[in-house]
Write a protein that binds this ligand. Structure first.
Ligand code: SF4
Ligand code: FES
Length: 258
């Protein structure tokens, strides 16, 4: 089989696709295939990874035009045509590149983020938006003498959002993030919603108000690509929808705020 890999050099600004022929082994992932290329065919190929176990989020890339974790997506499944999902058009998806999905895997960097080298993108903006939602626990009460207990249902709700590994797959597949450079994006908004529903935080609207604008909750167009591509099953679109509903109910829409 062949891997068609996007190559990019920031210093010259030049890009191209290189095709590598490899013999896939049983269970080989896209990340393992990239290692094989780096070790045996071209040691200048650059990509990012750390855990190799779908935990660190650093190996996200565009694989056959779908954002995903390279350490999780198997070559065999791709060649069998498994795991295809229908997505609304987003910037990188629309760029036409020809490849034969039955014998070839197309690997490109995440779109909507500045390219650094080959498959590596600059995550600065992504983390800037993440920090903007103040993603740290702010307890409503002073430290207790024992742990803060939570109801199992509340833990279940929180877990839907805490599973995020900050891979930026959702952001790169989001049509709004692709066109609106100030939009906080699905990952940051999901994190913000996670703190809003945390029963240990103040029971008020302060978290929701942090993104009560067009670049926050109200910028979402509900394309749902975020939920479809998330490798950890996080549903940013649901949190955004619920946040908007709550703000509307309390009369705190952006028009009333500004
Ligand atoms: S919500 Fe999912 S896709 Fe988005 S950054 Fe987190 S883990 Fe990645
Ligand atoms: S290498 Fe850590 S998520 Fe893939």
């Amino acid at each position: 089989m062949r891997l068609k890999v996007f190559r990019f050099d920031r210093e010259t600004g030049e890009s191209r696709y290189d095709t590598f022929e490899i013999e896939p082994s049983a269970g080989m992932t896209v990340l393992s295939a990239l290692f094989k290329i780096q070790e045996e065919l071209d040691d200048s190929l650059a990509f990012r990874y750390s855990c190799r176990g779908a935990v660190c989020g650093s190996c996200a890339m565009l694989i056959n035009k779908i954002p995903g974790l390279a350490c999780r997506v198997r070559i065999e499944s791709l060649l069998k045509g498994e795991g295809k999902i229908k997505l609304r058009p987003f910037p990188g998806m629309e760029e036409t590149v020809s490849w034969d999905p039955e014998d070839e895997v197309l690997v490109e960097p995440l779109p909507s983020l500045p390219k650094v080298k080959d498959l590596i993108v600059d995550m600065d903006k992504f983390f800037e938006f993440y920090r903007a939602v103040e993603p740290t626990f702010k307890p409503a009460s002073k430290p207790l003498e024992r742990e803060r207990l939570m109801q199992p249902d509340a833990v279940k709700q929180l877990e839907m959002y805490t599973n995020c590994v900050l891979c930026a797959a959702c952001v790169s597949a989001c049509p709004v993030s692709g066109k609106e450079k100030d939009f906080l994006g699905p990952a940051a908004l999901a994190k913000l919603y996670r703190f809003h529903i945390d029963p240990r935080e103040p029971d008020d609207k302060s978290r929701l108000m942090l993104a009560n604008s067009k670049s926050g909750w109200w910028g979402c167009e509900f394309h749902a690509n975020c939920r479809a591509v998330c490798p950890k099953g996080v549903p940013p679109i649901e949190g955004i929808g619920k946040a908007r509903k709550e703000l509307k109910k309390s009369g705190k829409t952006p028009e009333q705020k500004f």
